[in-house]
Design a binder for this molecule. Structure first.
Ligand SMILES: Cc1cc2nc3c(=O)[nH]c(=O)nc-3n(C[C@H](O)[C@H](O)[C@H](O)COP(=O)(O)OP(=O)(O)OC[C@H]3O[C@@H](n4cnc5c(N)ncnc54)[C@H](O)[C@@H]3O)c2cc1C
Length: 497
């Protein structure tokens, strides 16, 4: 799967010096980066196999500065790629050679906290974890908890509709955002949603959350904050087979219990995590479930007993219930360190992200194992079992010629398998450039054309983050007509790194 991006506009590249000078006129001196060496840290995001230095990086500090620079770029036909902390695993923040990379990191203030309304108003560059840290002293927290939460920005979370361990019970980003301020490509400033629960009008907020920086630049986010539960109990349950663990997941949900988190790791991932953090994970099991319940203390005790019963009916071979908070944190430490732990098994790993109906877990995991044998590449599975959100980590060595291509082909087959099983191409990492060319596996041409009509309603000149999400970009003027192919923007191939 070679990467293709829109061809750079030579007329824009020829005006680079003029564009940089104009941006310098709009922003503080240290907010425009144009020297080749200083651009290098921005040349990729978390999908580091692909790199492209941007034309120029800007780091504004206010909504008004963003509005002015977008308005100017719009008037000049200059493309813009928004970037939060650059941790996207799907290449959503990958720069373009002829585009301005708009970094949001300097908009990093918490503007308001209301415990009465149970919300916090923050700028987009605030990290996910910083929100919880700000409200923790009053016994509150922000529920969506991506593993990257120490560094990823809330603006990036909104753009990717990010998830985490606790989203099974508390929902994804979209369920925890009340309002946003959005700057359109032409510089207009919109406010979507509100401090109340049910804003009037069409749900434009719902459209923008998860739109991967294609519709507008998020400059303010109002999030829900929740009161910390009185108690949390966690069980660590080992199974002799993936099938029995998968059945346990299905049975827990079918019993009416919604755990705060229900994560699964296969044998390879368990062994890697244990070697990394030494928290006492059982090494002989084929699958390990970490199941957490939260709420009033008495209720947690009852629920964890019920879960233990369901696990035992499904043939669990080990069961440990954390005796205290230190042990609870230790149980989670292995799961949270699973990615870096798996990173020690091979020089490189490629993290996939697909979602399937829960009941298909055993079947899909078996077929992933078959693909692993066919491609000759190892795979470790660590995933949000309760949501059916898989994260197979494909092990490879980028220094071995052809292995990256093999890993990508393996990854594509996994995502096709997810769709075939009734699932979707992505759970929480977005489409970006990584899964863009697989979109037709899931959507018909008509589906995609209608999705792009939304893009055209927000950004008719296709200047905002082009080359992401849509496998073919139709010119908006052509999209309303019958023969849309006449207006395609083709994407030539770019080299891989
Ligand atoms: C080790 C690791 C673990 C991870 N674990 C998880 C996980 O558990 N769950 C999960 O969901 N993700 C996870 N991710 C992926 C990533 O952290 C999330 O997608 C995150 O939301 C990206 O935030 P960011 O600030 O880094 O955004 P970036 O990577 O900078 O950008 C991501 C996308 O958002 C757009 N964007 C960024 N800011 C804005 C804005 N203000 N307005 C409009 N568009 C914007 C960009 O154009 C791009 O398309 C993980 C990544 C890593 C590296």
């Amino acid at each position: 799967m070679a990467l293709r991006l829109p061809p750079p506009d030579e007329s824009v590249l020829a005006r680079r010096e003029e564009i940089v000078a104009a941006l310098r006129g709009m922003l503080p001196a240290d907010a425009v980066i144009s020297e080749a060496e200083a651009l290098r840290p921005y040349e990729c995001d978390g999908l580091s196999a692909y790199r492209q230095p941007p034309m120029v990086v800007v780091l504004p500090e206010t909504t008004q500065q963003i509005s002015a620079l977008l308005r100017w770029c719009h008037s000049q036909g200059v493309k813009v790629v928004p970037r939060g902390s650059g941790t996207s695993l799907s290449g959503g923040a990958l720069p373009l050679a002829d585009a301005v990379l708009l970094g949001l990191a300097r908009l990093n203030r918490i503007l308001d906290i209301s415990y009465v309304d149970r919300l916090a108003v923050v700028q987009p560059g605030v990290t996910n974890l910083a929100i919880t840290q700000a409200v923790e002293p009053e016994g509150f927290y922000y529920a969506p908890d991506p593993s990257s939460q120490i560094v990823c920005s809330i603006g990036g979370n909104v753009a990717e509709n990010s998830g985490g361990v606790h989203c099974l019970k508390y929902g994804l980003t979209t369920n925890n955002v009340l309002a946003i301020e959005l700057v359109m490509m032409d510089g207009e400033i919109l406010r979507l949603g509100g401090r109340q629960l049910d804003p009037a009008g069409l749900d434009l907020l719902g459209i923008v959350v998860g739109s991967e920086g294609l519709l507008g630049v998020v400059t303010e986010v109002t999030v829900r904050i929740l009161a910390k539960p009185e108690s949390a109990r966690v069980a660590l349950v080992g199974f002799p087979s993936i099938e029995s663990a998968g059945q346990c997941v299905a049975d827990v949900i079918a019993s009416g219990i919604i755990p705060a988190g229900m994560e699964m790791m296969d044998k390879k991932a368990v062994q890697a995590a244990e070697a990394f953090v030494h928290v006492g994970y059982p090494l002989h099991v084929e699958a390990l479930l970490i199941i957490e319940v939260d709420g009033p203390d008495a209720e947690c005790g009852e629920l964890i007993e019920k879960i233990a019963g369901i696990a035992s009916t499904n043939g669990a071979v080990t069961l440990r219930i954390a005796a205290n908070e230190t042990e609870r944190r230790a149980f989670w430490a292995g799961r949270k360190a699973a990615f870096p732990a798996v990173g020690r098994l091979a020089p490189d790993y490629y993290c996939m992200d697909g979602t399937i109906p829960r009941r298909r877990l055993p079947d899909v995991l078996r077929r992933i194992a078959e693909l692993s044998a066919r491609y000759g590449l190892g795979v470790a599975n660590v995933f949000h079992a309760g949501d059916g959100n898989l994260h197979p980590l494909i092990l490879y060595d980028a220094n071995q010629p052809g292995q990256l291509e093999l890993a990508e082909a393996f990854g594509s087959d996994i995502l096709r398998l997810c769709v075939e099983a009734g699932g979707v191409l992505t759970g929480e990492h977005g489409v970006g450039v990584e899964k863009r060319d697989l979109m037709p596996v899931m959507f018909s041409e008509t589906d995609l054309a209608h999705q792009q009509r939304l893009k055209c309603a927000f950004d008719p000149e296709l200047l905002l983050n082009p080359g992401k999400v849509f496998p073919v970009l139709h010119r908006c003027a052509e999209l309303g007509r019958m023969h849309i192919h006449r207006g395609e923007v083709s994407f030539p191939e770019l080299p891989r790194f």
